[in-house]
Design a protein around this ligand. Structure first.
Ligand SMILES: Nc1ncnc2c1ncn2[C@@H]1O[C@H](COP(=O)(O)OP(=O)(O)O)[C@@H](O)[C@H]1O
Ligand SMILES: Cc1ncsc1CCOP(=O)(O)O
Ligand SMILES: [Mg+2]
Length: 264
């Protein structure tokens, strides 16, 4: 049984409103900030190396996303991750399309070697990160979550991380424990940067709750529940996007745990 339920994670985020430093990408900045605010957390997009490490010292958690990379951003990321280690702050890594170019792959490897608290990616990203071949198309997944489970377990052990693989049904593991999370909506992959925003929200979870495994499972369940709710009345990706923010905001803690279908 989980010591901290997904409903507890939602309550903790709302009660503490943790400050989350999101070093994300140009596409995801606005939607990620809105997702954090709607859920009850406090986002800040601070990425310049001149200040990123100083900022990490005062946040609840840091999130790193390589969606729109450049050398100056990588410097900002590295500075922030080093500060996270110095100040014992948990951090999340989102390896967006890391297999797409040699530059991206190299940066992802370097970041991974710093042992993120949580790695969150779609099935194609996690498959490729574990050294298996997949069929990702840029930032979009082309593989099923089930295909990435073995790789996720291996990555979790190798990097001492929690690994979250998302898709139609999500999978989370720390190498020993594992959970499956349902919910969401087929509109979710049709709205850009909802995965990136989930990575930022995972930062809020690990800032608010002690156990990063329970925190990650809880955040995925919150997302799944809000996605399911918004999908009930959405007419397409456009109305889904705003209904999803409203659903995150309106979510009741007692309605979150239904998304959690397997935990051991
Ligand atoms: N077909 C689907 N049905 C329901 N939920 C989905 C589906 N595809 C993705 N999701 C949800 O969308 C969110 C983002 O996941 P995903 O699309 O895998 O990330 P990314 O945008 O990084 O590729 C997750 O909460 C996931 O559960
Ligand atoms: C379209 C795009 N291009 C570079 S980053 C990005 C956003 C990807 O967002 P997500 O991984 O959440 O689909
Ligand atoms: Mg993504």
């Amino acid at each position: 049984m989980m010591t901290t339920t997904p409903g507890d994670v939602l309550k903790a985020i709302r009660a503490q409103s943790p400050l989350v430093q999101c070093i994300t990408n140009y596409v995801a900045m606005n939607v990620s900030a809105n997702v954090l605010l709607a859920t009850g957390a406090s986002p800040a997009m601070v990425h310049a190396s001149e200040e990123s490490g100083d900022f990490t010292a005062v946040v609840g958690a840091l999130t790193i996303n390589i969606g729109t990379l450049s050398p100056s951003w990588v410097e900002g990321m590295t500075t922030a991750i080093n500060a996270a280690h110095t100040h014992s702050k948990p951090w999340v890594f989102d390896p967006v399309a890391h297999f797409a170019t040699p530059y991206r792959s190299g940066v992802a490897r370097d970041i991974l070697s710093l042992e993120p608290t949580v790695i969150r990616g779609n099935a194609s990203e996690i498959l490729a990160l574990s050294g298996r071949s997949g069929s990702g198309k840029g930032v979009d997944a082309g593989d099923a979550v089930a295909a990435a489970k073995d790789g996720a377990r291996e990555l979790a052990v190798r990097y001492k991380s929690i690994v979250a693989v998302t898709g139609e049904q999500d999978f989370v593991t720390d190498g020993t424990r594992a959970a499956h999370i349902e919910g969401g909506s087929p509109f979710m992959p049709q709205v850009t940067a909802l995965g990136c925003a989930l990575t930022c929200l995972t930062g809020a979870g690990i800032a608010a709750v002690e156990d990063p495994f329970d925190a990650t499972v809880g955040v995925l369940a919150i997302y799944g529940a809000a996605g399911r709710e918004a999908g009930k009345t959405a007419d397409g990706p456009g109305s889904f996007a705003w209904k999803f923010l409203d659903a995150l905001n309106a979510l009741a803690p007692e309605d979150v745990s239904a998304e959690l279908v397997g935990y051991r």
